[in-house]
Write a protein that binds this ligand. Structure first.
Ligand code: 5GP
Ligand code: MN
Length: 334
């Protein structure tokens, strides 16, 4: 990492106009890492514009600098984003590792003349960046960003706003220090962030306790009517169609965390959520222990992610997607 840090140092010293991109439907780690990196770059005297490939959830609107994020799905914001991308000297790619992950934003980033820097923790990184910080032993991109900033000798630039963003990604990607990716380094970084003034109570309250009443009732509806348990009590899955999304006025991000609840049932090893979107079915996979949903999502559902948390998609109908999953699910336990 030291060679790369040296190269990054040079890039930081010379680039004044940069863009930061992340994966579609950004989650806590995508928001936290991009916002923290933007605030850090600005302290280093570099302007950074964050572009999300898609419209994004308001569930993280309390994060410092959240309002600055442009959506490439929004026509007027896309025009501004395109100008920034064309003018950028550097494009930072955070919390994803393949250009195709950017969907409709892919061509613009691929064609941009800017040097790309990848900072990510997912499996199987692709080789598209001038500098690649990719380490799958990191639980969160936010954890990696913290170590990079410290490695650059710039820890003093981490203020409370940057720390809040980093702590949010660190906690959401580790399930508040509960998932198997929670390491000693995760706790070390968390400690460093607490020293910068983060309030764990505040962040946990903002992450967990911001449902609209209707969203909670929708979760209840799913548990009552949509939860299937199969494969000798080891596999749980739920499917939500467009009519239901409409009926409960679902907002972007409202399904985030739903897939984790079936683990409340003793013995569940795999939980899957299928959500019917405009042009595809989005799939979220979660697992316990050695069960590798990353490999499964890659092989069967054009996806990827981590061993215990991955995503994918299907162009089949919701019912056919479920059927395909049920046909292949036994291979997860082989
Ligand atoms: P989620 O289920 O929360 O959407 O995603 C779980 C994890 O898998 C996240 O780390 C996310 O970045 C990754 N992921 C989600 N969808 C995809 C996908 O279509 N392709 C790849 N490569 N990773 C995905
Ligand atoms: Mn992440």
């Amino acid at each position: 990492m030291n060679d790369y840090l040296q190269q990054l140092k040079e890039i930081l010293a010379t680039s004044k106009k940069t863009v930061i991109v992340t994966h579609p439907n950004p989650d806590g780690d995508a928001f936290g890492s991009t916002l923290a990196w933007k605030l850090f770059l600005e302290k280093m005297g570099t302007y950074a514009c964050i572009v999300s490939p898609t419209n994004y959830t308001k569930n993280f609107k309390w994060l410092p600098a959240y309002d600055s994020i442009l959506s490439f799905e929004d026509e007027s914001q896309r025009a501004i984003a395109e100008k920034h991308i064309a003018a950028a000297e550097v494009i930072y790619c955070l919390d994803f590792n393949a250009i195709t992950r950017l969907d409709k934003l892919s061509p613009a980033i691929q064609q941009a003349k800017a040097a790309k820097v990848m900072i990510d923790h997912h499996q199987s990184p692709e080789d598209f960046a001038a500098i690649t910080f990719s380490n799958t032993s990191y639980a969160a991109t936010c954890e990696l960003i913290y170590d990079i900033i410290c490695g650059l000798g710039e820890e003093a630039k981490i203020d409370e706003a940057i720390a809040q963003n980093l702590y949010t990604g660190l906690t959401t990607d580790t399930g508040f220090f509960a998932f198997s990716n929670t390491t000693a380094n995760v706790h070390k970084v968390a400690g460093g962030l607490l020293n910068k003034g983060v309030s764990p109570e505040y962040i946990q309250d903002k992450v967990f306790n911001i449902f609209r009443e209707e969203r909670l009732r929708y979760y209840g509806y799913c548990f009552l009517n949509k939860l299937h348990i199969c494969h000798e009590g080891k596999v749980a899955y739920m499917s939500v169609n467009r009519e239901e999304a409409k009926r409960f006025h679902l907002q972007p991000g409202d399904n985030e965390s739903l897939v984790n609840f079936p683990f409340k049932v003793e013995g569940i090893m795999v939980s899957v959520l299928f959500t019917e979107e405009q042009e595809k079915v989005k799939i979220s996979f979660r697992s316990k222990g050695k069960i590798d949903v990353n490999a499964f999502a890659r092989k069967h559902f054009e996806g990827g992610g981590h061993v215990n948390a991955a995503g994918g998609k299907s162009l089949l109908s919701l019912t056919d997607t479920e059927a395909k999953f049920l046909q292949e699910v036994k291979t997860l336990f082989a």
